[in-house]
Design a protein around this ligand. Structure first.
Ligand SMILES: Cc1ncc(COP(=O)(O)O)c(C=O)c1O
Ligand SMILES: N[C@@H](CCOP(=O)(O)O)C(=O)O
Length: 452
């Protein structure tokens, strides 16, 4: 049977009769001004049986046939089918570990808890999954003669790190707008090292996001935030990879930290597409976890007093300083997308305080993780839902770890040194200075573990 021709294009996410090729510089519907989404030719994709898609994805997974070994480009037909392979800019993204946290689960009275470590990747966060698609698309557009002088993003750190690395690999200029003094050292040094133009603005992320949207009105400066629906296409492969790692069976729950809310909508899109094409039999329930200091989605859904859905209005808030600095976002641009995903996946929204997120990260670390504060938000919400009986023993839960803990070493060190504002660490572990002798070491071991 001849291979069908697969294709994708932009369309209005709110249903207007607006479409555009993926090679067009466009982020919003020309009719209603709403965000776009990427629409795939599902009839063409359905011509290949589900079992054949599974076998194809498994055969490519982490394989050497560049770029199909990438966790994203191994699903190219579901991501950006028309892209010329020579324009793929890949850092072998994806393929992240899926850890079973049995000791942590037992502490919560659960027995099937997994951690999807999306931070184990080139720039240390899940942003690589979306950025490989966006920067490849820019390389394609420039190859076709489109005048794109630079690619720009506003960032709380991880998006800028990913954009700078992928643009450096492609030889495309990048510009990152960061809220001065609000990103971690690791997040700041990454775009600097990769040669981006790093602009530090005296505002917060929402202020940077406002400016970068104005900047992207300049046609030759391309917008790289997840407001650009190309990012969602790469990030949705997180769901495909997760299902593949679980034997093409959906977990009962997915718990994900939410800031600008692009990633939650991407996870929802990935599972919805797999269900539509028969690769999974059912959808997981989606939980979006927010930091109590930056919780516009939580406040909106709680105020609505009903299940989350696109009719819920998310009112921007002034995000307060939070240890989960990368989700210190008060005006999430993808709120409506996330609400649609929550409605489709029978989801819910919960929040975590600073104390709760810090202790939850430390608790998971004691079971072998090394959780960033955003993963701490998701873990703390899992702990709440388990204690409430919403998530029960016998149910499979996957917590999405969105960045590597090493990118937030100030948070990790501060917890154990007891210097985090508003946090009294319950699981602090301190190093012990001992004499450089056997006796000194044995005394320290005895003090901790008792004498043999
Ligand atoms: C480490 C980390 N975790 C979680 C998030 C939240 O993702 P999203 O903005 O797509 O909701 C972000 C970025 O916002 C992030 O950088
Ligand atoms: N945490 C994000 C904020 C912007 O998110 P984006 O997905 O809309 O680019 C970051 O790392 O900058």
């Amino acid at each position: 049977m001849p291979t069908p021709t697969f294709s994708a294009r932009f369309r209005c996410a709110d249903g207007c009769d607006f479409h555009a090729p993926l090679t067009e510089v466009v982020y919003r519907c020309a009719r209603c001004g709403g965000l776009l989404e990427v629409e795939h030719d599902l009839d063409a994709l359905k011509q290949r049986p589900a079992e054949a898609w599974k076998a194809l994805f498994e055969a490519r997974f982490r394989g050497g046939a560049w770029p199909l070994g990438s966790g994203v480009w191994g699903k190219k037909e579901w991501v950006y089918p028309q892209l010329a392979e020579e324009n793929v800019v890949s850092m072998y993204e994806g393929g992240s570990p899926l850890l079973r946290l049995d000791r942590y689960a037992a502490e919560l009275g659960l027995d099937d808890v997994w951690l999807k470590e999306c931070g184990v990747t080139h720039t240390g966060s899940f942003k690589d999954l979306g950025m490989t698609v966006l920067v490849s698309a820019v390389k394609e557009m420039r190859a076709r003669g489109k005048a794109i002088r630079a690619v720009a993003c506003a960032s709380t750190g991880d998006t800028s790190a990913a954009l700078a690395a992928y643009c450096a690999a492609a030889g495309i200029p990048s510009v990152v707008l960061l809220p001065r003094g609000k990103v971690s050292t690791a997040q700041l040094v990454q775009p600097i090292a990769n040669g981006a133009l790093v602009l530090e603005l005296d505002t917060d992320f929402d202020g940077c996001m406002k400016v970068v949207q104005e900047l992207s009105q300049t046609p030759d400066i391309y917008l790289a935030n997840s407001m650009n629906s190309l990012r969602i296409e790469g990030q949705k492969t997180l769901s495909l990879e997760l299902a593949q790692q679980l034997g093409w069976r959906s977990p009962d729950w997915i718990v994900i930290p939410g800031g600008n809310l692009g990633n939650a909508s991407a996870v929802g899109k990935g599972f919805a597409m797999m269900k539509e094409l028969g690769l999974v039999e059912r959808l997981p329930r989606l939980v979006v976890a927010q930091a109590e200091h930056a919780n516009p989605l939580y406040l909106a859904v709680t105020a609505a007093g009903r299940k989350p859905g696109p009719e819920v209005e998310v009112v921007p808030v002034q995000a307060r300083k939070t240890l989960a600095s990368a989700i210190q976002i008060g005006a999430p641009v993808s709120a409506k997308r996330a609400l649609r995903a929550l409605a489709a996946l029978d989801g819910l929204v919960e929040q975590a305080s600073e104390q709760e997120l810090a202790d939850a990260a430390a608790r998971a670390d004691r079971a072998g993780a090394f959780a960033c504060p955003h993963t701490g938000v998701a873990l703390a919400v899992l702990e709440k839902l388990a204690a409430r009986g919403t998530i029960r023993r016998g149910e499979r839960v996957v917590v999405i770890s969105t960045a590597h803990g090493l990118k937030f070493s100030e948070f990790k060190v501060g917890y154990h040194e007891g210097t985090l504002e508003g946090v009294a660490p319950r699981l602090a572990n301190r190093s012990v200075r001992v004499a450089p002798t056997l006796a000194g070491v044995e005394d320290a071991i005895a003090a901790r573990f008792g004498r043999g």
